[in-house]
Design a protein around this ligand. Structure first.
Ligand SMILES: [Zn+2]
Length: 124
């Protein structure tokens, strides 16, 4: 059982984040995307849901676990859940919208695409 995203998956996410020749952070759009973030965290147990390491569950973010957008989300988890950057264990990544810096609220698929969705209500 693979515990990390495959090379192909990393490539798909990097292409999805590409703006003008290099991958930018999918949250801020400003800094280089450096770090793959799991929207729905890996489970502590050894058995991993295959969806965990698919593109729809991954975001390319700037920073690391403690810096940049990656660190920011870890420090602001309530806001993370609100924007789909973090998911609860029962949420399905491919069905749950996420806010991307220049696309608004979208649904990610597992082949690098994103589909716009209507806001569920007054998101500032
Ligand atoms: Zn960022």
């Amino acid at each position: 059982m693979s515990k990390a995203p495959s090379a192909r998956t990393r490539e798909i996410v990097a292409q999805r984040a590409d703006r003008g020749g290099w991958p930018v952070c999918e949250r801020c759009g400003t800094h280089r995307g450096a770090n793959l973030h799991h929207r729905r965290p890996r489970q502590m147990s050894g058995s991993t849901d295959p969806a965990t390491n698919l593109p729809s569950n991954l975001l390319l973010l700037c920073g690391s676990g403690t810096t940049g957008c990656h660190g920011w989300i870890e420090l602001h988890r309530a806001v993370g859940y609100q924007h789909g950057w973090l998911l609860r264990s029962w949420q399905v990544p491919i069905d749950t919208p996420v806010r991307i810096h220049d696309r608004g609220l979208v649904v990610l698929d597992d082949i690098g695409g994103m589909t716009p969705t209507l806001p569920l209500g007054g998101v500032a």
